[in-house]
Design a binder for this molecule. Structure first.
Ligand code: CS2
Length: 491
């Protein structure tokens, strides 16, 4: 039987390849991270681990789980170590030691605030997904959000990330401690600006003087993060154990490609992630927009259409010639023309590279993982492009097909009584239950104001394009769809 992954067992093994490569006992806390999910552990934690390996810092990470104790409970028996498997043309495994501790916020909110107040904390990073920002579709803080209502009445015992960041900064302000830099690493365009808006809106309601300090003194650089990270499952855990000889409760897998672009703000000192590959630049928005509109938009489209055809993984879906041709055409006709020029970034080559990354045979990335939570993703990765095209008097029939496939996906899952994983699940269920395959189904979905902005809800040709595509899905069998896809044309 293999041994448990742990500091002691690693130090005792003769095989150096599993050693994290530094003295963990001398690592101190330097970073707090909210949302220690797979993506963070495959991405930002690895950049920090690289810094620990090359000896340029001694800053470990205090992870904060906002809801569940699962990450803490799985990592604690293995001293917060975990294996990162890089699955690509070459496969490699390494143990990441950058996590010092995992706190579960609801168990002890005061301890989280205490950590946020420590002068040695230089940066607070976040991967809490789109829904963790508690924003309205217009971009301000949602004051009706249950967690925000709670936090404004209990500022010392918050439950939302926004409430915690404010509480930590408020303590630092009171005690005259230099604020930390707050770095959103979520797939949201203008993520730093949005986060700042949420935090400032919260602080202003609570204490206007503190909020003015916060607005002036605290920096929220925007970032773009990228690395394909499928969820961990039993099969993958076993394969890691076979490779490393250690039992790991929660190993992480990702492709070898990894990118982190961070906004360069004058006088803001970041942990030296740039020395291990992060790009620090004045123009993050170009990178961000390109990634969201190319990688994420294509990903969601693959997920919706691929699922309709009965496929399971990204690799299977991109191997379907009809889907691939459709994606390439959508990219060329409807997406690339909306992207700004970014110095050093060739948009066409970037698009090709993304398609190659989807073809990675070593990665089993489930389409369902991408398709869920779409009410939060669609506004950034699909609707923003449609709106830009409309502003140039251009229709987006292929993007509308993607939206129609999403509607089909939701309706099919509700009819099959599957669990609906989305913050709007209840709304989806009540809408989908009344759907009968007619155009009215589309109109019902368009009423979701948390997804569709007003100007799209009233745009007849946009809605008609979705209806046309929706009927394609209703009138054709799954095995006919990939040929039909090629008939959809931009105008
Ligand atoms: C995916 C992303 O699940 C999804 O919605 O599109 O998580 C994608 O894998 C990452 O953004 C890649 O960086």
């Amino acid at each position: 039987m293999n041994t448990r992954l742990s500091e002691r067992n690693i130090l005792q093994t003769a095989d150096d390849s599993c050693h994290y490569g530094y003295d963990r006992a001398s690592v101190e806390l330097g970073i707090v991270h909210f949302g220690p999910g797979a993506f963070h552990r495959a991405h930002q934690a690895v950049y920090t681990d690289d810094l620990l390996v090359n000896g340029s810092i001694k800053w470990g990470i205090c992870e904060v789980s906002i809801n569940s104790a699962t990450v803490r409970d799985k990592l604690l028996p293995q001293d917060n170590l975990y294996t990162l498997a890089i699955l690509d043309h070459e496969v490699s495994h390494r143990v990441i030691g950058a996590i010092k501790e995992v706190l579960v916020a609801p168990e002890n909110p005061a301890l989280v605030i205490q950590r946020l107040t420590l002068p040695e904390i230089k940066a607070v990073t976040l991967t809490v997904t789109e829904k963790g920002y508690c924003l309205t579709p217009e971009g301000g803080l949602d004051f009706e959000h249950e967690a925000i209502v709670h936090d404004l009445q209990n500022i010392d015992k918050p439950c939302s990330v926004i409430g915690f960041i404010c509480a930590g900064l408020r303590e630092r302000y009171k005690q005259g401690i230099t604020p930390f830099v707050v770095i959103s690493c979520d797939n949201v365009s203008d993520n730093g600006k949005r986060l700042k808006r949420a935090v400032v809106d919260f602080a202003r309601t609570d204490d206007p003087v503190f909020s003015r300090w916060l607005e002036k003194e605290v920096h929220f650089p925007c970032t773009m993060v990228d690395s394909i990270t499928p969820a961990t499952n039993e099969r993958f855990c076993l394969s890691v154990e076979q490779h490393t000889g250690f039992k790991d409760n929660w190993p992480i897998q990702r492709e070898s490609f990894s990118q982190w672009v961070i906004e360069d703000i004058p006088n803001v000192t970041l942990p030296p992630w740039a020395s291990v590959g992060a790009i620090v630049t004045k123009d993050v928005s170009g990178y961000e927009l390109t990634k969201l509109r190319v990688l994420n938009c294509l990903h969601s489209t693959l997920a919706f259409i691929g699922t309709f055809i009965g496929l399971e993984t990204v690799e299977q879906a991109i191997k379907n010639a009809g889907i691939k041709a459709f994606l390439e055409k959508m990219l060329h006709d409807e997406i690339l023309p909306t992207l700004p020029d970014v110095e050093g970034l060739n948009k066409v080559a970037y698009g090709k590279k993304i398609i190659q990354r989807f073809e990675n045979p070593a990665i089993r990335h489930l389409l369902a993982q991408i398709a869920w939570d779409s009410s939060q993703k669609i506004p950034y990765r699909i609707l923003a492009i449609v709106s830009d095209n409309i502003a140039k008097n251009k229709a987006s029939p292929m993007l509308c097909l993607s939206l129609a496939a999403w509607i089909k996906f939701v309706v099919a899952n509700v009819s099959a009584e599957q669990d609906i994983i989305d913050p709007l699940a209840d709304k989806f269920v009540s809408i989908a239950k009344t759907c009968d395959g007619s155009d009215i189904d589309v109109e019902r979905f368009i009423t979701l104001e948390q997804v569709f902005p007003k100007q799209l809800q009233t745009n007849k040709s946009f809605i008609d394009d979705i209806k046309t595509a929706y009927q394609l899905f209703n009138q054709h069998r799954a095995d006919e769809i990939s040929t039909i896809l090629t008939s959809v044309r931009a105008v």
